[in-house]
Design a protein around this ligand. Structure first.
Ligand code: MN
Length: 503
């Protein structure tokens, strides 16, 4: 499966008008092309940037927006007003545009040519006011977009374009994503449930139910050679506990785990699913709760949510697409247990089994232990620590009248001691600004116990994502104060009551 972004494009659309004559428009097009080529060549921008002819009339603007909508390669447009481009011309186009929009407020030249500047130069380089006219209309239309300000050759500006382009990839993924639920929700759990119709309207992804027998049907078709090949991968890739090695007394558990991986993978491939959920309460004939299978599928780019958590499964897939090729992993996560000391409090994040080895440090052990719940056989799992470093935790919840995305900045730290008896993968982190404020704010916001943990992405990605999706975002970081956070929640309640969605 994996993730392939090579076919995706972002269109660079430059606005102008006929007022200035052919020579100016010729120069506008040349300059715009140079910027588009420059951004396309930037190491910070992973998606192909495609130059488009200057738009100068309402019809040209509407046409490019309609073309962007229907072009499957196009995942968003960057707009820039080289000259003034009277913004009423943009009303029709923007009102039909369904792809994400980034408004790049830049200028072809970085510096004013003090000795040479004349009125021709002034007529040509008007983005300082042309982009303000465009900005007014976007605000007047309540258009969600990202605004990036600065010279286009500047690395920090290119980084912001790169972040937005990665988020557009994640958004594009949502438009095609199919999430398979094996079983329903863990019984009586509230936060992992929600409105799947509303989610499809808002985000584009679909969520449909299957059961363990759909996977078992694929397990029955596994060939001995495929099974042997996967067992060899396990043998070579992980530090296997002795009982799981060939000839060990628990080797049969590893064979069962490998069958579950092959069956689950075949089920997902056949259905075109790139995210899934399961739950220990609906395992049917599966012998073990999928542990190593789910972990390895996540490492290959699949989204996953435990206990039927389809929102986290979808978000994880989108965040894996966004972070494609970046350093650091992205995993399903759960706030599991605390370390409260007088000086400092930490969270240990983990799950019963399903932490993605993309966030592992070097050593990955493969072990088998009882689960303690679910009444099935002991599941095989990958056990590891995660390296220190900055990361985020993100949770997507359904508030009834809207979706809310909550993001907390964290700093992963090395556990003070070895954890010789802990049979699951884990991460220890310091939540920003501290656990007291972070957990107070998180709980006031209604953030789930399940999250997506990412070492690769920063809050800016999810800020852009919330903007594209038109959903509420609550950030918990070094700036957060509980009093302000409560006010923000109340203000948002009013805002989302007043402004109804528009699809
Ligand atoms: Mn859980």
């Amino acid at each position: 499966m994996g993730i392939d972004i090579t076919a995706k494009e972002i269109w660079f659309v430059t606005g102008s008008q006929h007022l200035y004559g052919a020579d100016t428009l010729k120069q506008v097009a040349l300059n715009a092309k140079e910027i588009a080529i420059g951004l396309d060549a930037s190491d910070h921008v992973p998606v192909k940037i495609v130059f488009q002819p200057t738009v100068k009339t309402p019809q040209e603007i509407t046409d490019i927006c309609l073309n962007a909508n229907s072009d499957r390669k196009c995942i968003g447009i960057i707009t820039w007003m080289h000259t003034f481009s009277p913004a009423k011309m943009w009303i029709k186009g923007i009102s039909v545009l369904t792809k994400p929009l980034c408004h790049l407020h830049t200028q072809f030249n970085a510096e004013i040519p003090w000795d040479a500047i004349d009125m021709d130069f002034m007529n040509l380089n008007q983005s300082a006011h042309g982009d303000r006219e465009f900005g007014f209309l976007m605000s007047r239309m309540r258009k969600n977009r990202k605004v990036i300000v600065g010279h286009w050759k500047n690395g920090s500006i290119q980084k912001k374009i790169g972040i937005w382009s990665r988020v557009a990839l994640g958004w594009d993924e949502f438009q095609h994503l199919k999430v398979a639920r094996l079983g329903d929700n863990m019984r009586e759990v509230a936060v992992t449930d929600g409105d799947k119709v509303e989610a499809q309207l808002r985000f584009g992804f679909s969520v449909n139910g299957y059961d363990a027998s759909d996977v078992v049907a694929h397990i029955e078709k596994i060939s001995d050679s495929d099974l042997d090949r996967l067992l060899q991968v396990y043998d070579e890739s992980y530090d296997l506990t002795p009982s799981l090695k060939a000839g060990g007394e628990k080797r049969a558990s590893l064979v069962d785990a490998a069958k579950i991986e092959l069956g689950l993978r075949a089920f997902l491939e056949e259905g075109g699913f790139k995210a899934f959920t399961d739950t220990f309460e609906n395992l049917g004939e599966l012998k073990q709760l999928p542990g190593i299978a789910t972990q390895r599928l996540m490492a290959d780019g699949y989204g996953f949510g435990a206990e039927g958590d389809w929102k986290t499964a979808a978000l994880l897939r989108a965040m894996k697409v966004m972070s494609f090729g970046l350093n650091g992993g992205t995993s399903f996560m759960e706030d599991y247990t605390y370390h409260f000391t007088p000086e400092k409090a930490y969270v240990m994040g983990s799950h019963m089994l399903e932490i993605c080895p993309s966030v592992a440090d070097e050593e990955v052990a493969c072990e088998v232990h009882p689960l303690g719940i679910g009444g099935k056989e002991d599941p095989v799992r990958l056990v590891f620590n995660s390296p220190p470093g900055s990361a985020i935790n993100a949770s997507l919840i359904d508030m009834g009248n809207r979706f809310r995305l909550i993001v907390n900045e964290v700093q992963a730290v090395k556990p003070g001691e070895a954890l010789p008896k802990l049979p699951v993968a884990r991460v220890l982190w310091d939540a920003k600004p501290n656990l007291e404020i972070a957990a107070t704010a998180w709980i006031l916001a209604g953030g789930a116990h399940h999250t997506v943990y990412s070492q690769a992405l920063t809050i800016e990605y999810l800020e852009d994502f919330a903007e594209m999706a038109g959903i509420e975002l609550l950030v918990i970081d070094t700036q957060t104060s509980v009093r302000d956070f409560k006010d923000r929640i109340k203000a948002n309640e009013a805002y989302y009551h007043l402004f109804q969605r528009s699809f």
